[in-house]
Design a protein around this ligand. Structure first.
Ligand SMILES: [Zn+2]
Length: 382
């Protein structure tokens, strides 16, 4: 079997497992660094391997527009194209169509929009997006869904959620059709459904039940969270959905990945996360440390000989002082962006590994309370 998920142990609702894909195993809980444009910004795949990244994420919308999914297929698929032979997940582009593109018009058939790059008119349907994701060739591909603003009212959330479920049926039919047509690729990809429903528990519950009734999926995603709602609401939505989703499949919380969100998500049974924050913040001069966030550009770091985080084993912390890293930023040296991005990605990978060890030893509650207390102790403004 190309895809499988085994649970090694659990501690409360937190789980430690292994998600096996055609490009290798992913120890869960896992943080997936984001390479939207087929590159984790400022990092080489060798950096990611050295840091122990299991699976990375890329994006169908962006790669379809540039350089084109057909080109990537001709170049041997996304793994070969970007020089990363580990597992990859592609997001369908639903989020980007609804957040980046302009002049959208949504119909039952799909979404017409203008490319954010050159203004060209495009039309995405569930079928065309599955075709794009097939060309890219990631291990896990996401369904095309109707993404709505985080604070949408109940009627809007239900309409979009139910459309997403109908689009999922079309994604699945297209996925099965392509699988049947190309025996050599059969079983090389897993299609994940996305449970939507905004901040409305009833709609989330209905969506989870509808999705589960359609297929024995290899994994499940929860989308549309951490988009402006308060934290307690996000946690409640996770609890509602996780009561329904099968325990024997990985659960992916889309677009969420700040340290405290990782810990609270893991506490509620999330297995996979992704977020652009570590590289985006790194490029802006901000890093995560076990004692909270730190802005390297601040004057107080000017002659600080300490590494970013004395407890961190990353390549930046092993060799460079805060004073040097601040100098790189102040001088616009590109190495600064790279080292801070590297530290931040390493930090989150290391955090989920620690969480996994705590789950394995049955100490997740104590470990997470200590970790969060230290992190919030002197949280610095950025
Ligand atoms: Zn570091």
């Amino acid at each position: 079997m190309s895809f499988s998920f085994s649970l090694d142990c659990s501690d409360g609702a937190a789980r430690a497992g292994v998600f096996t894909t055609p490009h290798g195993p992913v120890e869960t809980p896992a943080f997936m660094p984001v390479g939207t444009l087929a590159a984790v910004k400022a990092l080489d795949p060798m950096d990611l391997t050295a840091m122990g990244a299991g699976m990375i994420l890329s994006n169908a919308y962006h790669l379809h527009l540039r350089p084109g999914d057909e080109l990537i297929r001709e170049m041997g698929g996304l793994h070969r194209f970007m020089g990363w032979n580990g597992p990859i997940l592609t997001d369908s582009g639903g989020f980007q169509v609804f957040s980046l593109a302009t002049l959208r018009s949504v119909s039952e058939d799909g979404v017409e929009f203008q490319s954010h790059i050159d203004g060209s008119r495009r039309f995405f349907t569930p079928e065309s997006v599955i075709g794009i994701e097939r060309n890219l060739g990631a291990d896990v591909i996401m369904q095309f869904d109707h993404v709505i603003p985080g604070q949408s009212d109940e009627a809007t959330a239900r309409d979009a959620s139910e459309r997403s479920v109908r689009w999922l049926a079309r994604c699945l039919a297209e996925f099965n059709k392509l699988d049947a047509a190309d025996v050599s690729q059969r079983g090389s990809q897993a299609l994940f459904p996305v449970v939507q429903g905004g901040t409305h528990a009833r709609i989330r519950r209905d969506a989870a039940e509808s999705v589960m009734g359609m297929d024995d999926w290899k994994g499940y995603a929860v989308g549309g969270l951490s988009v402006g709602e308060d934290k307690q609401t996000m946690y409640e939505m996770l609890e509602v959905v996780h009561e329904i989703l099968p325990a024997g499949r990985p659960r992916y919380l889309m677009g969420v990945g700040f340290p405290e969100d990782l810990i609270e998500g893991i506490r509620r049974g999330v297995d996979l996360f992704d977020c652009v924050a570590p590289t985006r913040m790194g490029r802006n001069g901000t890093v995560f440390t076990t004692a909270g966030r730190l802005n390297i550009k601040r004057a107080e770091n000017r002659s600080d000989q300490r590494p970013l985080d004395p407890g961190c084993a990353c390549a930046a912390c092993a060799r460079f002082s805060r004073a040097y890293l601040r100098h790189l930023f102040v001088s616009d040296e590109i190495l600064g962006l790279r080292l801070l991005s590297l530290h931040n990605v390493h930090f989150l990978l290391s955090l989920v590994r620690s969480a996994r060890l705590a789950i394995a030893s049955g100490t997740f509650d104590a470990w997470s309370s200590d970790w969060l207390a230290r992190y919030h102790l002197r949280k610095m403004s950025v």
